[in-house]
Design a protein around this ligand. Structure first.
Ligand code: CUA
Length: 322
């Protein structure tokens, strides 16, 4: 690294970067202040109370209530500030805004595979427009990885068999490092890439360039037919298996009397482990698709199910009970 490119802190390139840094500086400041104070006091007392003659005997010290209260209340106040402030920053980072654009991430030894809703696929590169919130839904094909973009102050573990959600909103165009931040095998250090933040017009041009082979949802629909899901799941009518129309986001009644919210994790589980949660009124006849669908295929299927919404669903059902 040349001296001119050396920087103590990565660039701040997302809406969260500033608040994460402020909290970090506060923590470092408090830690540095007390470390210095304690070291200074150790030296000061060591000299001041040094033994001055062989015959000198120390006087026993009895506690002081005021002192005890002071050194309990001050640290308590400080850690409560840290907790409250940290919780606010954490919750900000954990809750994607409703208008965020969706990008899917699949980690594997040793690369990042990314898919846009419009169908574009990328490897170790992510192109996004500036000023627009991006929500990442991430999973892994093998071991635990961690999606880390220092300039966005964003780092989330990517776990096999599970969807992790993260988001960020880039504030500056440019090219930013993407790292894997969880040791994942021999070539962990090579599992790196770039995030390109572009002007919206530039991004539109990038999206338009290069054949995409259809959107995620349309690829999901193709897969749905190839896997013969349509034999049982008949859209818009009651077949041998539940109707998937308007399923996503709804609350599903299960055969065991419980309920479950139809989110990404539920759909994934239902495809891979169909008997884990059987819908009330249906037989557990669905075969597993484990090993038949890749992680990317699962994401496409989920996106297809999400797209199965009657346009007027929200208007015709104003009084939904759930
Ligand atoms: Cu993937 Cu380290």
């Amino acid at each position: 690294m040349s001296p001119s490119s050396f920087r103590l802190f990565p660039e701040q390139a997302s809406t969260l970067a500033g608040s994460v840094d402020h909290l970090y500086f506060f923590l470092v400041g408090v830690a540095a202040f007390f470390s210095l104070l304690i070291f200074a006091l150790i030296f000061f007392f060591a000299i001041r109370h040094r033994r001055r003659s062989e015959a000198e005997r120390p006087q026993p010290v009895h506690g002081g209530l005021v002192l005890e209260v002071v050194w309990t209340v001050i640290p308590l106040g400080l850690v409560m500030v840290m907790f409250g402030w940290g919780a606010v920053v954490y919750l900000d980072g954990a809750r994607p805004p409703g208008d965020a654009m969706q990008v899917y991430v699949v980690g594997k030894q040793w690369m990042w595979k990314l898919q846009h809703m419009e169908g574009q696929r990328e490897i170790n590169e992510l192109h996004i427009p500036v000023g627009r919130a991006v929500r990442l839904t991430m999973t892994s094909e093998d071991v635990i990885h961690s999606f880390y973009v220092p300039a966005f102050r964003m780092k989330y573990d990517v776990l096999p068999g599970r969807y992790t959600t993260a988001w960020f909103k880039p504030t500056k165009t440019g090219k930013y490092h993407l790292f894997c931040a969880e040791y994942c095998g021999t070539r962990h250090s090579g599992m790196i890439g770039w995030v390109y933040v572009m002007e919206p017009a530039e991004y539109e041009a990038w999206l338009g360039g290069g054949g995409t082979g259809g959107s995620l949802a349309s690829n999901g629909e193709k897969l749905f037919q190839e896997l013969a899901c349509t034999n049982c799941h008949r859209t818009g009518e009651r077949g041998r298996c539940p109707d998937l129309m308007n399923l996503f986001g709804s609350t599903v009644k299960l055969a065991d009397g419980g309920t479950v919210k139809a989110d990404e994790a539920y759909l994934r589980e239902s495809i891979l482990y169909p008997n884990a949660k059987v819908v009330a009124g249906y037989q557990p006849i669905m075969p597993t698709f484990q090993g038949l669908v890749t992680e990317e295929g699962l994401l496409q299927l989920i996106e297809y199910v999400k797209s199965l919404k009657e346009k007027s669903a929200t208007e015709t059902m104003p009084a939904r009970r759930n």
